[in-house]
Ligand binder design. Structure first.
Ligand SMILES: [Zn+2]
Length: 268
């Protein structure tokens, strides 16, 4: 885990850069690359990496390779995240200097909820701040009553994946949430806002979803999708030890391309 101090300095740098290249809510990543004279290549690299930053010494030239074969086109949310992630490796001094000198071998980055090391985690965080600067994120007019629609609306506004948006929303959003990602009925990852009740989870990465949840019903009921706002008990998801006698809401987002289900949990 990177420290709060490190996160703040990454955010500060990313937000400053984003401010110079904002077109409405969208950060014009290719303009950032162009201004640094980085050549961006969208090409087919099979099932290897999502993005790769390379320095060619003979030409004194930086390249970012973005892999079309893993869904990273110029305007796809995944492609935008991958490019932002590689720009992060370029802008973060220790990464760029290490890659340029050869001290850090150029290893392709993969979009991964559980980053392999601190360097990847730093680049992911920088990318999320470059794509969704705090002030712009909070300024988007969303419906007064929170629901998954709020996250979907922000995702469309910033051209960022629903998942990245949910992570950002849990960090700095205007309503406290807990977001849980599952795949094949198993928990992959979760995040919650600072102000969400600090109950102990009834779920754990790598284990089955709690049975009484909406996401679990999807996997149990051979793909029947419940897209509405469902009322659940806090105890379905958590060991709710205080303030538990109120309704909690769960609404699911189903990703066709990646086969995951994202449960967003919240209170009024
Ligand atoms: Zn990386």
């Amino acid at each position: 885990m990177i420290t709060d101090h490190k996160r703040n300095s990454l955010k500060e740098m990313a937000v400053q850069i984003a401010a110079l290249y904002q077109v409405g809510q969208v950060t014009a990543l290719l303009n950032i690359a162009a201004s640094e004279e980085i050549i961006v290549c969208y090409d087919h690299y099979e099932n290897t990496f999502d993005g790769l930053l390379v320095y060619e010494e003979e030409q004194d030239q930086w390249y970012i390779h973005v892999n079309l074969d893993r869904g990273n086109s110029e305007n796809s949310p995944r492609g935008r995240f991958s490019l932002a992630h590689e720009l992060a490796h370029y802008f973060i001094d220790e990464h760029r200097i290490g890659i340029k000198s050869g001290a850090i071998a150029p290893i392709g980055s993969r979009n991964d909820l559980n980053p392999q090391n601190e360097m990847e985690e730093e680049a992911d965080y920088f990318a999320s701040c470059l794509l969704m600067p705090d002030n712009l994120f909070r300024a988007v007019k969303t419906p007064k009553k929170f629901s998954l629609d709020t996250v979907l609306q922000l995702s469309a506004a910033f051209q960022v994946s629903v998942l990245s948006t949910a992570i950002k929303f849990a960090e700095i959003g205007t309503h406290e949430i807990c977001a849980v990602l599952s795949e094949n009925g198993e928990i992959r990852w979760s995040a919650r806002s600072k102000d969400f009740p600090k109950w102990v989870n009834r779920f754990k990465r790598g284990q089955r979803l709690p049975p009484r949840t909406v996401a679990a019903e999807f996997f149990a009921d051979s793909g029947k999708r419940y897209t509405g706002i469902e009322t659940v008990s806090p105890n379905d998801w958590f060991e709710a030890t205080y303030n538990a006698d109120r309704d909690m809401y769960e609404q699911c987002y189903y990703s066709d391309s990646y086969g995951y289900v994202l449960s967003v949990l919240w209170f009024d």
